[in-house]
Design a binder for this molecule. Structure first.
Ligand code: CA
Length: 174
């Protein structure tokens, strides 16, 4: 009887933790310094040269990049410094009403087995700034070649399988 109660309580704690992790509210005050800066057409400024848009639809990495290029005239978002990271972080928080789903950014591995693999952005911009979650990128099972943000903590990156379907952020020069 006692074991059943303990098991039930542990199960409840696990369920509650899973639910709150997914729907944990993000303190809006952290985004006060990064308000929405409309560029027109639903785009928001995230850097001196580019504006971004959160897409509320789950796609594989390649399908998301195709959508950004063919339907929006841009690419998956590239992030080059702390301010751009915070702008994207706050843009996505507002779009998701402060939920914390992960989303694709435009970072993925390029190269081949002969020249070696390295990370690069789909828009061809320089990859220098990083925001990896602790222990990442770990290329789990040797199959993680694309990068998601909001992994475990808002704004942190993780390498993951490109075939996963995720929300995503497009960006373009404007
Ligand atoms: Ca990983």
């Amino acid at each position: 009887m006692r074991l059943a109660v303990v098991t039930a309580v542990l199960l409840l704690v696990c369920i509650l933790d899973t639910v709150t992790a997914r729907f944990r509210f993000y303190p809006a005050f952290k985004c006060k310094s990064y308000p929405d800066k409309p560029c027109g057409g639903g785009w928001s400024r995230i850097g001196a040269k580019h504006c971004a848009k959160f897409v509320w639809s789950k796609k594989t990495f390649n399908d998301a990049q195709d959508y950004c290029r063919n339907s929006q005239g841009g690419h998956l978002v590239s992030i080059h410094n702390e301010a751009e990271m915070m702008n994207v972080r706050c843009l996505t928080s507002r779009a998701m009403r402060y939920l914390r789903n992960s989303f694709w950014i435009g970072l993925r591995k390029t190269g081949n087995q002969h020249v070696g693999w390295r990370f690069g952005y789909t828009d061809g911009s320089e990859f220098k700034y990083t925001r990896w979650h602790r222990g990442e990128p770990n290329n789990s099972d040797g199959k993680e070649h694309c990068v998601e943000s909001n992994y475990k903590n808002r704004g942190y990156w993780n390498d993951i399988r490109c075939s996963d379907k995720k929300y995503f952020v497009c960006a373009k020069n404007m």
